[in-house]
Design a protein around this ligand. Structure first.
Ligand SMILES: NC(=O)C1=CN([C@@H]2O[C@H](COP(=O)(O)OP(=O)(O)OC[C@H]3O[C@@H](n4cnc5c(N)ncnc54)[C@H](OP(=O)(O)O)[C@@H]3O)[C@@H](O)[C@H]2O)C=CC1
Ligand SMILES: O=C1OC[C@@H](O)[C@H](O)[C@H]1O
Length: 431
């Protein structure tokens, strides 16, 4: 959902339903909460970071930067961010020494550049999905994270929600035999996203497969214990191309296999930024929504609303032999969070919990390679890389270009290439 207004409506209902304003009002913050800066006064900020921080005792919004200071200050005022200062550029915010971490909700094509800049400025990073324009850029982020010792988390918020882990446990328990097929979809009806939205801009690394790459991360999460090390082959990728720019997939349907050892799982995914209206005017509301379906040897399982499970979800297991149907929900706890969470925590609130825990661990002396051992779920950069590699393969199979490689002066990959050396040397040679 692209506009701040729509996110405000979703959030307002959620907060009202659970009485969260009372939680926020009585919350006692720690004496020195993690200072978080936000790069961009984006629409998603309201639910993805401001609301999450409002109920986290050990985090606060210390600053918001936008390309215009007035825009940053308007967002601070609108969301009553009492500890935040407005900045007129992202660099200005990165220069503030007491800001520990940043949240990056910029267009996809800017994620790699600003994540690297932020780490080099000494900040830990929670970056929106997709983490970069392509897998090569994710590898660059991994390199800079190692060099600087900074934590980076890609905002795959659905992956940090208890219900996702409960389902993973059921699938991997072997109780229902092996997984055969996984289906995942995410779609919006036409007109929700404006034609000028960042999602339709190739130079900003737009496209349905990029914006809605949850369909790849969810399907692969349930297809194999880990996508890393598995053999992935894209069998088919059918885009519905944008009328104005054929490099943009307004929608993508893809089939791929994930092979682990002898066992292969077939995955079918569908991502749609706006299904064209029926007869040109009836919005296809029925084509919208999100869900995962898993076919195992002895059962079929569906997980509806995986992207926004906090608003209501159901894991439905149908036993193939008996026809018995079991329905489960998991708003808290689960096998990875153990005894943690609140029924009203959003996916973004769980995400913030995981991020703050890891940043605090590193500030306390933990090494980056030990982050997975910190209690609670985590998404490694290796997992982000594997999902991005899959997206790259889908574009290649569809006969479309991978998303842009934005020239970046800090790029370690670029610096080492002949092309980059020429580009760097050129201005000097001309003066
Ligand atoms: N986790 C989730 O559920 C969701 C994640 N997202 C992700 O968040 C990111 C932002 O999405 P969304 O909030 O919808 O987008 P918006 O268009 O609302 O925000 C993008 C921000 O990027 C900044 N920006 C910087 N350079 C440019 C440029 N050249 N063109 C346009 N904007 C620019 C703008 O900042 P400024 O304020 O400085 O002008 C703007 O605030 C995307 O990566 C998207 O995939 C989006 C929705 C849901
Ligand atoms: O959850 C989502 O749904 C709609 C998308 O456009 C958005 O970016 C995504 O994160």
């Amino acid at each position: 959902m692209p506009t701040a207004f729509l996110w405000d409506v979703v959030l307002y209902y959620h907060r009202w339903r659970h009485g969260i304003q009372h939680v926020t009002a009585s919350l006692q913050k720690t004496s020195s909460p993690l200072q978080i800066g936000v790069l961009g006064a984006a629409a998603i900020n309201t639910i993805a970071i401001y609301d999450a921080v409002s109920t986290h005792p050990d985090a606060t919004i210390a600053g918001v930067a936008a390309r215009s200071r007035a825009k940053a200050e308007a967002q601070i005022a609108r969301y009553k961010l009492k500890d935040a200062k407005g900045y007129g550029s992202y660099d200005e915010l990165l220069a503030v020494p007491n800001i520990d971490a940043v949240y990056i909700p910029l267009p996809n094509g800017l994620h790699c550049e600003w994540t690297c800049k932020a780490m080099r400025a000494g900040k830990h990073v929670l970056c929106e999905k997709p983490l970069a324009s392509n897998a090569e850029q994710v590898r660059e982020i991994m390199k800079v994270s190692q060099q600087t010792g900074k934590v980076v988390l890609e905002a795959f918020h659905w992956r940090l929600y208890p219900a996702a882990h409960v389902l993973k446990d059921i699938v991997e328990s072997g109780r229902y035999g092996k997984v055969r097929e996984v289906r995942a979809h995410l779609g919006l009806p036409a007109w929700v996203i404006g034609k000028d939205d960042i999602r339709f801009n190739y130079d900003l690394a737009g496209g349905a497969s990029m914006d809605m790459l949850y369909v790849f991360s969810t399907s692969s999460y349930y297809a194999a214990p880990s996508l890393r090390g598995a053999e992935v082959e894209v069998l088919e990728a059918k885009p519905r191309k944008n009328g104005k720019d054929a490099r943009i997939d307004d929608a993508m349907e893809a089939t791929y296999t994930v092979r682990t050892g002898e066992h292969a799982v077939v995955c079918h995914v569908r991502a749609d930024l706006g299904a064209p209206p029926l007869y040109g005017f009836i919005p296809k509301i029925w084509a919208a929504g999100d869900g995962v379906g898993i076919d195992l040897e002895k059962a079929t399982i569906s997980y509806g609303s995986y992207a926004a499970p906090y608003a209501g979800h159901a894991i439905t297991i149908t036993d193939k032999a008996t026809g018995n149907i079991e329905k489960l929900t998991a708003f808290t706890d689960g096998p990875q969070w153990k005894k943690r969470g609140q029924p009203w925590w959003t996916t973004y609130r769980y995400q913030l919990e995981a991020f703050v825990d890891r940043v605090r661990a590193v500030q306390g002396g933990a090494a980056l390679q030990d982050l997975a051992a910190v209690e609670g779920p985590w998404i490694s950069l290796e997992e982000s890389e594997a999902v991005m590699e899959l997206v790259d393969k889908v574009y290649t199979k569809a006969g479309m270009p991978k998303r842009v490689w934005k020239l970046n002066a800090e790029s370690t990959v670029l610096k080492s290439s002949m092309y980059a050396r020429v580009l760097t040397a050129l201005p000097a040679a001309l003066t």
